[in-house]
Design a protein around this ligand. Structure first.
Ligand code: 3PG
Length: 208
């Protein structure tokens, strides 16, 4: 499977922070029901590995790991079933382990120098993070001019109000964000509301 193509087709990457891995399965079901069979489960909590395992076992959702900072976390994520690995910044060790394990790395890069460093590692798709405080959509447009082959996945500070600004840029592959999966809703078990937020986001991304 071409994971980058699947993320590009989905246009949205919900960024999930789970305190309890028991929420992983119903959350995945809620995203799938909303028409978005994609999740990035962040390694910010100890539940991440079990959550990735539970989601990937379903077989109906493309699961990646987020906030991956070390090669060891790459191994744990991939062993749990992650098929892509997102990092807030650019790490040679993470990129190389991803290559060894055959998963797509999405390293953070927001400056021309960081993008050149990613290109030197053979990576032409980067997470533009934190998007809102790094110049937002205008910064991506400006960087896309010299870096014609680079694709961006802006994340951080994006929601229904500014989603289209980013998705309308040809160099943007997909947009990441947590607005579809708010922690408080997940903790409260309000998965119906997650599905509603997801359905709305998918409609907005489709240009409706
Ligand atoms: C991330 O880890 O990618 C961000 O925390 C998500 O940013 P958001 O919460 O502003 O969508």
């Amino acid at each position: 499977m071409d994971v980058l193509q699947a993320l590009t087709d989905a246009r949205l990457v919900p960024v999930v922070v789970l305190d309890d891995a028991a929420d992983a399965d119903p959350l995945a079901a809620a995203l799938v029901a909303g028409g978005l069979p994609v999740a990035e489960v962040t390694f910010r909590t100890s539940a991440a590995e079990d959550a990735i395992r539970a989601m990937s076992a379903r077989g109906d959702i493309l699961v990646g790991a987020g906030t991956v900072l070390t090669a060891e976390q790459v191994d744990r994520a991939v062993d749990a079933g992650a098929s892509y690995v997102v990092s807030p910044g650019l790490s040679r060790a993470v990129a190389e382990r991803c290559r060894e394990r055959g998963v797509l790395p999405l390293p953070g890069a927001v400056t021309a120098t960081e993008i050149q460093a990613a290109l030197e590692l053979g990576l032409d798709t980067v997470k533009f993070f934190p998007a809102g405080t790094s110049g937002g959509a205008p910064a991506i447009k400006a960087l896309a001019a010299p870096f014609g082959g680079v694709r961006f996945v802006p994340t951080g500070g994006i929601g229904p109000k500014n989603l289209r600004e980013y998705l309308d840029i040809p160099a943007v592959a997909a947009v990441g964000g947590s607005w579809m999966v708010p922690k408080n809703l997940v903790a409260a078990g309000d998965f119906a509301e997650v599905t509603r937020l997801t359905t709305d986001a998918v409609a907005l991304a489709a240009g409706a």
